[in-house]
Design a protein around this ligand. Structure first.
Ligand SMILES: Cc1cc2nc3c(=O)[nH]c(=O)nc-3n(C[C@H](O)[C@H](O)[C@H](O)COP(=O)(O)OP(=O)(O)OC[C@H]3O[C@@H](n4cnc5c(N)ncnc54)[C@H](O)[C@@H]3O)c2cc1C
Length: 403
């Protein structure tokens, strides 16, 4: 094995060039020192987790890539506190812990709050950056606090769930990684974006002890095919969610953990279980290499004003957002109805839409970042021409932009 991986080795899209310096600190102080070292020297810095929401250029990355090797998950409460009549239990997970390892840890303890987020690839650190969500749950709802290294103030601090400003696939951390944020900082501040100003060190989740949880989310109830108010054990919710993910081609490819660059990033027993489940649940299309390498949903679902929503065709999906003046529609529907069917690809390109889901852009084998960006750009333009809506990419782009 060479000294450093390429981005193709450590991202789910399996695209991206070589890395000048790759560091995997296994202590809290080691993570802080690695970040501080890059910042103090003015070097490019990318803190990466599972690489499942990142698309990187094919060119060499000049700078330092830090991947937190810490993955402990603990229950800090000596006596579990009781809040509002239900037993609330906190669990703390280090940033490098695999997200689905944490979900399984919680379910084993009879804790609910994140079971619908089963099977989302990536790490705990990144989960709070984009406020991962699926089937009616979002991680932000279960976050108690996030311990971070503030790259500007150069100190460790604790952000509450309120400080985190969680929203649909966003947070304070994600905002601090946007290009316009840099202008709000002093001139000598480190370069924020693609790595946020705040590097996550650990996350404390606030979960509820309830071995027989009641389904309260209508979205989850719909996904499970039950009524709101039905009691469904968290273990059953998990298995059903994983089956739905398999059918949609939204299961992570577990074979990636066979790579020596990935094999230590998830619990070994869980890797084996995932491979067995993938073999049993995934159909031939998901097993097809053409559909395996993606970053999940490539675009977020657009949030529209009532006026924009009214201009959409009658059969376009419209979902409530909790804000009476805003309506969410489906990016997958827009893409499909703008003329991009499942499996669409540009001529002679190694990138395409998944044959199972129009929202997933895939590397069909040997795709370049350039090919992916051409495809993504074509889709954004096509949807805009058809509906006047500009789709917003969900993954973090490093050295690439829509073409
Ligand atoms: C098959 C598939 C299905 C998916 N399904 C879903 C889904 O249902 N719902 C959903 O929300 N997402 C989904 N995703 C997207 C992805 O799993 C999430 O965005 C995940 O949180 C990314 O985690 P990661 O560790 O891989 O992040 P990475 O891609 O490694 O990093 C993403 C961003 O987070 C930053 N980051 C990473 N670690 C830290 C840290 N410690 N501190 C500060 N910043 C950090 C990086 O700098 C980067 O900007 C899916 C992806 C795939 C491939």
């Amino acid at each position: 094995m060479t000294q450093t991986p390429t981005f193709a080795d450590i991202t789910t899209m399996a695209v991206g060039g070589s890395i000048e310096r790759f560091i995997e600190p296994d202590s809290r102080v080691g993570v802080i020192e690695a970040v501080e070292d890059a910042d103090s020297k003015g070097l490019n810095l990318l803190v990466v987790g599972g690489g499942s929401n990142t698309v990187v250029s094919d060119d060499e990355f000049h700078g330092i890539v830090v991947r937190d090797a810490r993955n402990a998950v603990t229950v800090p409460d000596e006596v579990a506190p009781v809040e509002h009549g239900e037993r609330v239990v906190h669990i703390n997970a280090e940033a490098g812990a695999n997200w689905d390892d944490v979900v399984q840890f919680a379910i084993k303890l009879g804790l609910v709050g994140i079971e619908a987020l089963s099977g989302i690839p990536g790490t705990v650190g990144a989960s709070v950056v984009q406020n991962i969500g699926a089937y009616g749950q979002e991680v932000g709802t279960s976050v108690d606090n996030v311990e971070v290294w503030d790259r500007v103030e150069k100190r460790v601090t604790e952000l509450t769930a309120h400080d985190m400003q969680f929203g649909y696939r966003t947070s304070l951390l994600k905002q601090t990684a946007q290009p316009q944020y840099q202008a709000t900082l002093p001139n000598d501040a480190p370069q924020c974006g693609p790595t946020p100003r705040y590097v996550v060190l650990s996350v404390t989740l606030k979960l509820t002890h309830n071995p027989d949880p009641t389904i309260t989310s209508s979205q989850l109830a719909r996904a499970l095919g039950v009524e709101v108010g039905t009691v469904v054990p968290a273990t059953v919710v998990r298995e059903q969610i994983l089956a739905i993910r398999a059918a949609k081609g939204m299961l992570e490819d577990p074979m990636r953990y066979a790579s020596p660059w990935m094999s230590t990033t998830k619990q070994e027993a869980h890797i084996i279980e995932d491979i067995e489940r993938f073999q049993a649940l995934a159909g031939n299309e998901q097993k097809n290499p053409a559909n395996r390498h993606s970053s999940g949903s490539f675009f977020t679902n657009p949030i529209l004003s009532a006026e924009q929503a009214a201009a959409l065709p009658e059969d376009a999906p419209r979902y409530p957002t909790g804000n009476a003046h805003e309506i969410k529609t489906s990016a997958a529907w827009l893409i499909e109805h703008a003329g991009f069917a499942k499996g669409f690809a540009l001529p002679h390109s190694h990138a395409g839409l998944s044959q199972l889901h129009t929202l997933a852009l895939t590397n069909r084998g040997g795709a370049s970042a350039h090919e992916l960006m051409q495809l993504a750009g074509r889709i954004v333009r096509g949807v805009h021409e058809a509906y006047g809506i500009t789709l917003v990419p969900e993954p973090v782009f490093v050295g690439v932009s829509l073409e």
